[in-house]
Every structure is written in structure tokens, then in C-alpha cells.
Design a protein around this ligand. Structure first.
Ligand SMILES: *[C@@H]1O[C@H](CO)[C@@H](O)[C@H](O)[C@H]1NC(C)=O
Ligand SMILES: *[C@@H]1O[C@H](CO)[C@@H](O)[C@H](O)[C@H]1NC(C)=O
Ligand SMILES: *[C@@H]1O[C@H](CO)[C@@H](O)[C@H](O)[C@H]1NC(C)=O
Ligand SMILES: CC(=O)N[C@H]1CO[C@H](CO)[C@@H](O)[C@@H]1O
Length: 474
């Protein structure tokens, strides 16, 4: 999905998946479609006087659609360039339900940017609230265009909204704010809780690593902190990250490299070589550097520069996603992945101050996240809506920002297995290389994943049918 590369992974979660999809060997079957469509979208949904428009890209896949009344799956694309509809487990569901799949690109990302220059001033229309309104407008636009194509008027197909990660949160919020426009939502690893000091992220990294690997990661953190004080140039060079002048950026990069493996269902990628190095009495920092270079920089194609605040300041970057997502982090949702006070895996220098300084340095004074207002607006984990399925992976550091407890009309499922990560219900495990149709056979417990998939299908079936009945007189 991502043609360009640079990325900040654990803050740009959905994103990695996109990039891996592109990185894996060529083959269109990774996508249901990559054919671009365009619509005119309103720049500011909340201004009574600003009527400017911008071009929003979208994709449609109708091969499985049971015409004319079959469901429409609105698969939300999140914080990344969106260059197609991935052929993951949603494709299986679309086949099963005779559904069309449509995917609009999130405003500002990829080719859907209203502005060439991404100055802070120009970024003021980048928010989840505007994005949700985009989805509502898109939904109505697409329904009408489909009616025109089928030469019918007034037909309203049953819609279902689906998203993973940030777009999983959007999926839940869409059902919350526009319940008349969707029969239900799937929020896969949906991070609906804006968290200011997200220490649970690092704690989950430690838990997912297990005691032995965690202890080694902590030892490495200590050693790197020491070496940074003594000779920062050489330790950065060892990781091919000399360009990261700011120590915080460097440490964040190192922390993300390990977190990514747990997030995306590949814990052995980091733990096996480290445990082996420890047993063989080898230099742990060197072993970690090898992992970071081979796995994170080379295989996952995450360049250290994507962590560089100087790069993030660029208002016309090659790859805009890092800057854009940081803006959303710095203005709305935070999820600051700070080190917990005790027993931290990452360096204690990755603290609240680091994040706030980044926000100010990159976007200017006055840009900081008001998570209180975000949670006031959506309800956080106390979201009060209906017909939303929440799913999470047991090893995923993000699950603590999701809704993990079922409540009335909103079932929540946890897929428990040693490589169940972010969006595993849709993507299988491990998530790199890309798994066609979200193949779950390499999850350590395919049954844990498949059981949750059955639940998703069951809820979808029920809610779609209830919707069809009630919309008869719509
Ligand atoms: C659409 O329906 C109208 C009215 O029934 C009919 O006259 C017209 O030929 C149809 N057009 C197409 C393209 O099917
Ligand atoms: C976040 O952590 C910082 C540093 O420990 C602390 O000063 C601040 O009060 C915390 N904020 C919240 C909202 O928890
Ligand atoms: C499953 O994992 C095994 C061991 O890691 C690997 O050899 C095999 O290729 C994987 N199978 C699939 C379908 O990815
Ligand atoms: C850890 C956790 O939150 N588990 C939840 C997973 O989903 C089940 C089914 O809804 C809940 O009962 C658990 O509390």
C-alpha cells in the first residue's frame, strides 16, 4: 500500500501493515483493487462560511457484491498513504456476505491532501472529527453513485464500517456519531481511548517479551544509555542512526524497533537473537544493533530519519505520514509512549517532556494534545453506543487504549496467542510478510483467532439483517 517508505512504526501502527504489504513481493492479489476513484470533499465541515473543496481518493471493489441490495463494507483507511483495498480477512467476509468494499483515503494522507505545504496553519483541518464527517459525506455520495449505476433511486444498502487501529477507533466513533449511516462497526484494535502518559504500552512490551527477553532488553537499555553519555557518536553509528542528533529521537527509534515485533506478531525476531547472544556471552548492544539494522531498517524498511525531528519539521516531505500522524498525536490523541516510573523496558529519557518538546519543536508553540477534550467528545472506553465489535490481540501494546471489556451492545474479544498482535483478526500472524486473506494458520493458536472471527461474522450477520428490516421504510 505504501509506495514510499519512511515510517514511525508504533505510533503509526496501521501504517506498518501498509508498508509491509507493498514491501512483500509483488502481486496484485495482495489487493482487491488499486484502481483510484475521486470525489470532491469539503475542507471544513464545521465552518458556515468556508465552502472550499479538496479531492479525496477512494477505492471500490464490487466483484462479490450481491446486487442491488447486498451490504456495503466501508473499510476505513487510517494514518497512511492508502493505495488500495487489502486482500485480508475482510475479503473473506465480503465474499461470505455478498458485500461491496469501499475505502476512502484519510484526509491529508497519501494523495488526499488539501494542501501542498503541510504547515501547522494548513494542518488545522486535520482531525478525527473532520475525518468522521468525511466518511459520512462519502457514504452518502457513494450510495447515490451506486444507485445511479444500478439505475435506482432511493435505495439504501445496509452498510457496515470496519477499521484497524486508529481507523478502528474511527470505525467505533462513526457508529457513535452517525448511527443512522451504518448497521454496525468493527473496531479491530481500535484505540478509542486518548491516553496522555501511555505507560501501559511499555508495560505490555515487557509482558509480551516474557521475563527472560524483557530482562535482556532492559539491560540493553541501560548499556545504551551509558554509551550515549560516554560516546554518543559511536553508539548511534553502530545502529546506522548517526543522523539522529537528538538522543530522545534515537532512543525512541530503538524502543520502537522492539515494540514492533510484539505489535505485529513476530516476537522471536527480537527475542531469539538476544537470548542466544546472552547465552553465548556476546555483546548485547551489538546483538541489538544487528536486529535493529537487519529487521527494522532493512526488512521492515523503517529509516531512522523518520524519527528525526528535523525531518518531521519539513512541510513538504517525500513521505508525509510521519509528520501528519505526529500532528494528530500532538493535537488530539497523545498516546505518548513514555517510560513507566519503574521496571521500564525503554529508556527513562523517553518521558512526557520528550513528547511535549517534540510537539512544540515540530509544530510550534501551543500545539499539545488535549486528551481530556478528546475523551469528553467520544467517551473513551466509556463510549456509549451499540452494535460495535471490539477485538484485540493479547500481545499488542496498543490494546490498553482500546475497549477490552464488553458492555451492552458492544462485545469485546481478546485473541490470546503468543503472536496475536495488532489487527490480528483481519491480518493473521505474523503480519510480515503480508498474509493473503489474513491467513491465521501461523498464529500460535489459530483457533483463538478463528473463534473471534466467527463471532465477528455472527454479529455482522445479525446487525445487517436487523438493519435491512428496519430500513424498509427509510
Ligand atoms: C433507467 O430507468 C429508466 C426508467 O425505468 C429507463 O427509462 C432507462 O432506460 C434506464 N436506464 C438504464 C441505463 O438502464
Ligand atoms: C504525565 O506524566 C507527567 C510526568 O510524570 C506528570 O507530570 C503529569 O502530571 C502526567 N499527566 C497525566 C495527565 O497523567
Ligand atoms: C509458518 O511458520 C513457519 C515457521 O516459522 C514457516 O516455516 C512457514 O513458512 C510459515 N507458513 C506460512 C504459511 O507462512
Ligand atoms: C483482558 C480482557 O479484557 N479480556 C476480555 C476479552 O473479551 C472477553 C469477552 O468479551 C471479556 O470477557 C474479557 O474481559
Amino acid at each position: 500500500m505504501m509506495e514510499s517508505r519512511a515510517r514511525l512504526v508504533s505510533i503509526l501502527f496501521a501504517f506498518l501493515f501498509s508498508r509491509v504489504a507493498a514491501a512483500a513481493a509483488a502481486g496484485e492479489s495482495r489487493y482487491l483493487t488499486k484502481d483510484e476513484q475521486w470525489m470532491n470533499q469539503r475542507l471544513d465541515h464545521f465552518s458556515p462560511t468556508d465552502h472550499r473543496l479538496f479531492k479525496q481518493r477512494y477505492f471500490e471493489f464490487l466483484d462479490y457484491h450481491r446486487t442491488p441490495g447486498g451490504p456495503i463494507f466501508l473499510r476505513i483507511c487510517g494514518e497512511s498513504d492508502c493505495s488500495g483495498i487489502p486482500n485480508d480477512y475482510l475479503a473473506v467476509l465480503a465474499k461470505k456476505f455478498g458485500a461491496a468494499v469501499v475505502t476512502p483515503e484519510h484526509r491529508y494522507y497519501g494523495k488526499s491532501s488539501p494542501f501542498k505545504e503541510l504547515t501547522t496553519e494548513n494542518l488545522r483541518f486535520l482531525s478525527s472529527k473532520q475525518a468522521l464527517f468525511d466518511l459520512a459525506v462519502f457514504r452518502e455520495y457513494y450510495q447515490e453513485s451506486l444507485n445511479a449505476r444500478y439505475n435506482q433511486s432511493g435505495l439504501d444498502n445496509p452498510w457496515f464500517v470496519i477499521g484497524v487501529s486508529y481507523s478502528g477507533a474511527l470505525s467505533a466513533w462513526f457508529r457513535l456519531k452517525f448511527p443512522h449511516l451504518t448497521c454496525g462497526s468493527l473496531a479491530s484494535s481500535g484505540v478509542v481511548l486518548a491516553v496522555y502518559n501511555y505507560t501501559a504500552f511499555d508495560k505490555q512490551v515487557g509482558e509480551s517479551a516474557g521475563p527472560e527477553c524483557k530482562a535482556i532488553l532492559q539491560e540493553i537499555t541501560k548499556l545504551v544509555d551509558e554509551q550515549l553519555r560516554l560516546d554518543s557518536r559511536s553508539v548511534k553509528a553502530l545502529f546506522s542512526a548517526q543522523e539522529l542528533k537528538n538522543d530522545g529521537d534515537f532512543l525512541f527509534f530503538l524502543a520502537d524497533a522492539a515494540a514492533t515485533t510484539f505489535q505485529y506478531g513476530d516476537p522471536d525476531a527480537v527475542c531469539s537473537p538476544l537470548i542466544n547472544a546472552k547465552k553465548a556471552g556476546k555483546d548485547l548492544v551489538e546483538a541489538y544493533a544487528k536486529f535493529v539494522k537487519d529487521y527494522y531498517i532493512k526488512t521492515m524498511e523503517v529509516p531512522p530519519s523518520s524519527y528525526d525531528q528535523e525531518y518531521l519539521k519539513n512541510t513538504t516531505p517525500d513521505d508525509s505520514s510521519s509528520r501528519l500522524w505526529w500532528f494528530q498525536v500532538c493535537s488530539e490523541v497523545a498516546y505518548f509512549q513514555v517510560a513507566p516510573k519503574t521496571d521500564s523496558v525503554r529508556s527513562a529519557r523517553i518521558d512526557t517532556r520528550y513528547h511535549l518538546d517534540l510537539c512544540r519543536n515540530v509544530f510550534g508553540d501551543g500545539v499539545y494534545p488535549d486528551v481530556y477534550m478528546t475523551n469528553l467528545y467520544y467517551g473513551g472506553t466509556r463510549i456509549t453506543a451499540s452494535k460495535i465489535v471490539f477485538t484485540n490481540g493479547s500481545q499488542d501494546p496498543w490494546r490498553h487504549a482500546s475497549k477490552q471489556k464488553s458492555s451492552k451492545g458492544m462485545p469485546s474479544y481478546l485473541m490470546k496467542c503468543s503472536n496475536c498482535g495488532h489487527g490480528t483478526d483481519l491480518r493473521g500472524c505474523p503480519q510480515s510478510p503480508f498474509r493473503i486473506e489474513g491467513d491465521s494458520s501461523n498464529c500460535s493458536s489459530p483457533a483463538a483467532v478463528n473463534t473471534v472471527r466467527e463471532q465477528i461474522a455472527k454479529h455482522m450477520d445479525l446487525w445487517l439483517s436487523q438493519c435491512q428490516k428496519s430500513s424498509a421504510g427509510y
